[in-house]
Write a new protein. Structure first.
Length: 300
């Protein structure tokens, strides 16, 4: 396996490919250098000429990278580099077959984002000052978020007519314009009705608005404003966990599953179009089943 001076372990064919990628395909220097590193790492481990590489060599390389703790996204990029390289070799008639064919790209691991414990949720919900109009609004918004699992964009998009206090639900306009009915718990409904009765008229003054949650200027709450006050409430509650706009949404789903809800019901409540999206919470269900097993099985 020949290499250019100063490029030990990188085949001549790889150098030709990198030149082709830069000149003919117009790939950025950053992408080309990433490909250079990926190909160099592969051939340093494989120790074969490009024409001698077979599918098992590629699989073994990706397996070793995975065992070394390589991120799925990086492993996927390395496979793309190898695949693009071998397509070039076929185009140049330097190899007859592609050893990367039928090798699936490593899928990124879906990790459950940070969520709060029930005790942390209690502290967060109690953080706003319910004696002021803004504090009462913020408490109502937090209660509704945790009670429904809405996205923040869905929460600030609620209008007054989309809340049915008698039936105890909200009609949510979700992604793609899809509507779903989400129940409201009694506690959240009490805070929401108190906000509508006591705080919302003071925030609006002489103005009118269809938006359910309004600012002190009478306009609709924005996603950014809502997220800012949630972070402020978390700091005030002494919560040091990483917070994201979805933290209460993830807490909602996690706590439902921990108390026995099934994944399909949680999917419907969250408004996921595909249950595979909801399956990031599967580990919660598995942990619950383990606890049940350990508690009730005589030989656990």
């Amino acid at each position: 396996m020949k290499g250019k001076p100063g490029r030990p372990g990188l085949p001549e064919e790889a150098e030709r490919f990198l030149e082709y990628a830069t000149v003919e395909r117009g790939l950025s220097p950053k992408t080309t250098e990433a490909y250079r590193g990926d190909l160099g790492r592969f051939f340093a481990q494989c120790r074969k000429a490009p024409q001698e590489v077979v599918r098992e060599d590629i699989r073994r390389f990706l397996g070793m990278e995975r065992e070394a703790g390589l991120a799925s996204a990086t492993a996927a990029r390395r496979l793309v580099a190898l695949r693009t390289f071998y397509r070039f070799l076929i185009l140049e008639k330097l190899v007859e077959s592609d050893p990367t064919e039928n090798i699936e790209s490593p899928r990124p691991v879906k990790r459950l984002p940070s969520y709060l414990t029930p005790e942390e949720v209690d502290r967060l919900l109690a953080a706003p000052d319910g004696a002021s109009p803004r504090g009462l609004r913020n408490r109502a918004m937090l209660e509704v978020l945790y009670a429904t699992g809405l996205r923040i964009s869905e929460l600030v998009g609620l209008t007054t007519e989309r809340v049915n206090p008698e039936a105890g639900f909200v009609l949510v306009l979700g992604k793609g314009g899809k509507e779903r009915v989400v129940p409201l718990g009694e506690v959240a409904l009490d805070w929401l009705e108190r906000y509508r009765r006591e705080a919302r008229p003071l925030l609006l003054g002489e103005r009118s608005s269809r938006a359910l949650f309004v600012t002190s200027r009478g306009g609709a709450m924005t996603r950014q404003n809502a997220w800012m006050f949630i972070k402020a409430c978390a700091r005030g509650a002494g919560i040091t966990k990483p917070m994201s706009p979805h933290t209460l949404r993830h807490s909602f789903a996690t706590h439902l599953l921990e108390h026995g809800a099934d994944l399909r019901s949680v999917q419907l409540l969250l408004g996921h179009s595909d249950i595979s999206t909801t399956q990031i919470y599967t580990h919660v269900e598995q942990e619950r089943l383990k606890r049940i097993y350990r508690k009730y099985h005589p030989r656990a």
